[in-house]
Design a protein around this ligand. Structure first.
Ligand code: ZN
Length: 220
């Protein structure tokens, strides 16, 4: 998964559409890939080179649609269900071609191949998606919080805490390895980390507010 920093994680999480979390079984993906020759998918976007192509063997060549060229170095093999460009090095399968060339989302690419295969899309597993979404959200929230507290330790506010850690014999390397941080007394942490909008989110996901009278911020 692409790593985002700070509030961007929360924004991406909040804006992600349900389709992002749609899961497809490998057997379903294999089935639709097997039913559709990859040359049918790619052939809609390129013109096959007549000289180099041997259609009866499912062996196709074209000028690469991913980089400009005059002689064909883009190879597509139905037997393997793969393409590879010897010029720019791109390679992949049916789905990869559509997501990379057209910027299509993965579920959209799956939908298009399933249509060509004449196979109905599976019903989304709502419960599994919900679990995935919560798991991904929780990891991101914890990452943002960890970074926030690590940053706080390096600010002027964190000077006392840094001195305390030094007195305890902790080296900078240990602090970095174990990602130790500092929770400022004056901040309500969830709000400090995520802003007002994200506060409920942080709290829901186990990051409790730290209050001036509490000694620690709590994680799950
Ligand atoms: Zn290429």
């Amino acid at each position: 998964m692409r790593r985002l920093a700070g509030r961007a994680v929360i924004a991406a999480y909040m804006e992600a559409s349900p389709e992002v979390f749609m899961r497809f079984s490998n057997s379903f993906l294999d089935e639709i890939r097997d039913r559709v020759p990859i040359s049918d998918v790619i052939g809609k976007r390129v013109t096959w080179d007549r000289k180099k192509t041997n259609a009866s063997r499912g062996d196709y060549w074209a000028c690469c649609p991913f980089h400009g060229e005059k002689s064909p170095s883009f190879h597509c093999e139905d037997r393997k269900g793969r393409y590879h460009c010897f010029g720019c090095g791109v390679s992949g399968d049916h789905f990869r071609f559509l997501t990379d060339l057209d910027g299509m989302a993965f579920p959209e690419a799956v939908q298009q191949i399933a249509d060509l295969a004449g196979v109905a899309m599976p019903q989304p597993d709502v419960e599994a998606e919900k679990r995935d979404r919560q798991r991904i959200g929780l990891q991101d929230v914890m990452e943002v919080a960890t970074q926030f507290f690590q940053d706080q330790l390096q600010t002027a506010n964190g000077a006392k805490a840094r001195a305390y850690l030094r007195d305890r014999g902790l080296t900078g390397r240990t602090i970095e390895t174990f990602r130790l941080g500092y929770a400022p007394e004056s901040l309500q942490c969830a709000e400090g980390v995520f802003g007002r909008k994200g506060r409920a989110e942080g709290s829901d996901r186990g990051l409790r507010s730290c209050r001036p009278w509490s000694r620690h911020s709590r994680f799950l």
